[in-house]
Design a protein. Structure first.
Length: 331
């Protein structure tokens, strides 16, 4: 009895060979590229100064196994949870997505990628580097070393109020987004393109100001993607569209190129399309690739690429085959 090929190999067996000219990462004939490959391999193929905006949400080095379960509940007098009108329900697990977020040399993993980000950004470009409290201080030193301290623009705090609350210390309810310009004297930034916010105390400002709203600061209050919300795609680390929309609106000119090299569910790509930009969306996990295929199934002009690990590229079908997915690799 022969064993079936791995999901990655089966996906590639259903692709056709293609010549990819990475000197033009997103030709005019396409609106975006979704790539299944190691981001460092893709970065080495890209020319200098070709990208307007990079957003990355690398693994946070939580030193935990990250997982997301999809469940349904049915009425059962011996069930494991209490629901409406104190009725008992039994949980049935439909699926589980997991990956291991443990890195022994986290900065060593990031450094060649950050150097490549710096190389491929246009002079007018910016990098938004999304991390959390565990590694942000080490990442700031690395980014200062490569981009230069004078090119550091902001530490954006994304604050939310969701999840468990510890009683042994202050609960951590924020992420950190470090913002760097490729060139401090030339970077693109349009605060007027960003959706304005209501004043918390509108009675303290004039009626005209209250009606117009205020521009966001470097502290962003925004909920996480709700478990049962319409935006939810079932991907463990999915980020809210509102966060990526604001980043793209402010830091990429319409028609520019937005890249995400830890693309996950493709929220950066979705924000780019909404803003009239092209995108390059790279992830090395099959689940991320297939999630984006489903997400953009109704969009025209999207190309799906994978490689053989060398320099031979293949174009995959627009809609994902139904594959059984094991634990995806990271890194």
């Amino acid at each position: 009895m022969t064993s079936s090929p791995a999901p990655e190999l089966r996906a590639r067996s259903q692709a056709r060979s293609a010549t990819v000219d990475w000197a033009d990462p997103t030709p005019e004939s396409i609106r975006g590229r979704v790539v299944l490959d190691d981001n460092l391999h893709v970065l080495t193929e890209l020319p200098d100064a070709c990208i307007d905006l990079i957003y990355v949400d690398p693994p946070f080095n939580t030193r935990k196994k990250q997982s997301l379960q999809t469940i349904k509940t049915i009425r059962d007098i011996n069930g494991d949870r209490i629901g409406f009108h104190n009725n008992q329900y039994r949980s049935i697990k439909l699926s589980e997505t997991t990956y291991t977020d443990i890195w022994n040399d986290y900065i060593g993993f990031l450094e060649p990628r950050v150097r490549a980000f710096h190389r491929v950004l246009k002079r007018t470009g910016s990098l938004y580097f999304h991390i959390d409290y565990r590694e942000v201080h080490y990442c700031k030193i690395l980014l200062d070393m490569i981009f230069g301290r004078t090119c550091f623009l902001n530490e954006v705090i994304w604050a939310y109020d969701y999840g468990a609350r510890t009683k042994t210390r202050w609960p951590t309810k924020h992420d950190n987004i470090l913002v760097y310009a490729r060139d401090r004297s030339a970077y693109y930034f349009d605060i007027n393109a960003v959706d304005r916010l209501p004043y918390m105390a509108p009675g303290l400002v004039s009626p005209e100001k209250a009606a117009r709203g205020k521009t966001p600061t470097d502290t962003w209050w925004h909920t996480v993607v709700p478990t049962n919300g319409k935006e939810r795609l079932g991907y463990p680390t999915q980020k809210p569209m509102g966060i990526l929309r604001r980043i793209v609106q402010a830091s990429c000119p319409p028609g520019g190129l937005v890249a995400d090299f830890f693309a996950g569910s493709g929220t950066t790509a979705a924000a780019a399309l909404e803003h009239g930009c092209q995108f390059l969306s790279v992830d090395d996990t099959l689940e991320a690739f297939q999630t984006q295929q489903r997400r953009f199934a109704e969009e025209s002009g999207i190309e799906y690429l994978t490689s053989d690990g060398d320099s031979k590229w293949m174009v995959c079908r627009a809609k994902p085959p139904q594959l059984s997915i094991g634990t995806p690799k990271v890194g």
